[in-house]
Design a protein around this ligand. Structure first.
Ligand code: SF4
Length: 357
């Protein structure tokens, strides 16, 4: 602690940080200490089972992931922030899954990409703190570095990690983004949120591909979010049918979670759906050229998967749709001029329609 920090009333400062965070639009903030050893043990067990699929970056940075002061030297505490993203006025996800000619997009990806928005808000919060306490050592993150966001949020009292591995807040459910400020201020830590899944196991059988292999154990190799977003290669054939019309991510485990009856509407207009992504035909999306894809997904998280994965995901969803001449025609017309990987998925889709006839 430097000389100027010795004058600070940290309890008051923490209360002020909470108020400033609310003014900036955050749903809630909390403070965690930097002992993430338990989360580190869990991560290493998960990695040993190869549940990270080909996300090799999970191995990188070694212990920095669970030693915050190795990632940012001097870190003494972490401010964890959450921001509700659900636009509760859009067509419910359950309904999107039933309309098989239309796309089902994970709710977090309907609107603007959250990464920059979260980091900008976190930076403003850090600057507000700096304005009060003087020079501050800090770094902000939102899904942008080897940071154990969920474990930190749990320690900071924002929610508990549910059996589906998402953080659940008892008053707001699980539809929120997380971000962190690593700081050299010795802020008093909050009490961790206690566990309230109880005997419920609803999310485990709800996973369409059986990716929740045991409570708190998600095998990314089977997870639709991984398969349609992080994965740039082929989708394993046995998992294509269960993917249904989910073209970007999957919310099924959250959809069935009883705590999401407490979902709060997001106050952030930027998270409202763009391009009618909550109610749009698969065929219309499949017919986007690469230029259209890039233009229409500008500022959206969807853009980062790239056009090939986009076409791959849509080919799978169209293979699972009800057979219509227009679908068969669009798939056939795309066979030329696509990569071998995409072509193989289109051929699979056409085969599904042949088998139905
Ligand atoms: S569905 Fe049940 S078991 Fe799964 S995270 Fe929610 S409360 Fe926990």
């Amino acid at each position: 602690m430097n000389t100027s920090q010795q004058q600070i009333d940290f309890d008051k400062l923490k209360a002020d940080i909470s108020l400033w965070a609310k003014e900036l639009g955050f749903s809630q903030v909390g403070v965690s200490d930097i002992d993430l050893s338990e989360a580190g043990d869990y991560l290493n067990q998960w990695l040993q089972k190869n549940f990270n699929a080909d996300m090799d970056y999970m191995h990188k940075h070694g212990e920095k992931r669970y030693h915050p002061d190795q990632l940012v030297p001097g870190t003494l505490s972490i401010i964890s922030a959450r921001l509700n993203y659900m636009d509760t006025d859009v067509k419910p996800y359950q309904k999107a899954l039933q309309e098989t000619q239309k796309a089902a997009v994970s709710r977090y990806a309907l609107g603007r990409d959250y990464h920059k928005l979260m980091r900008n808000k976190l930076k403003k919060l850090a600057q507000r703190i700096e304005h009060t306490v003087g020079e501050l050592g800090y770094r902000v993150f939102s899904d942008s570095a080897p940071v154990m966001e969920k474990a930190i949020a749990e320690k900071a009292g924002l929610g508990w990690i549910g059996k589906h591995s998402n953080v659940i807040n008892p008053k707001a459910g699980s539809y929120f983004f997380l971000g962190e400020i690593y700081t050299d201020l010795p802020l008093p830590a909050d009490a961790p949120q206690s566990f309230h899944c109880g005997s419920c196991t609803a999310c485990i059988p709800a996973c369409p591909t059986g990716a929740i292999v045991a409570p708190f154990q998600v095998d990314a190799r089977r997870c639709i979010s991984y398969l349609t977003i992080e994965n740039h290669g082929a989708i394993p054939e046995p998992l294509r049918k269960p993917i249904g019309n989910r073209i970007y991510g999957c919310d099924d485990c959250q959809m069935v979670c009883p705590w999401n009856k407490f979902t709060e509407k997001s106050k952030e207009p930027d998270f409202s759906p763009r391009q009618n992504l909550d109610d749009i035909e698969l065929l219309e999306l499949f017919n986007w050229s690469e230029e259209e894809f890039l233009a229409k997904t500008e500022g959206s998280p969807i853009r980062r998967i790239g056009y090939q994965s986009w076409q791959r995901n849509l080919a799978v969803a169209l293979g699972n749709a009800k057979t219509e001449p227009a679908i068969v025609e669009a798939l056939t017309n795309k066979l030329d001029g696509v990569s071998d990987m995409v072509k193989e998925h289109i051929e699979w889709a056409l085969q599904q329609h042949n088998e139905k006839q």
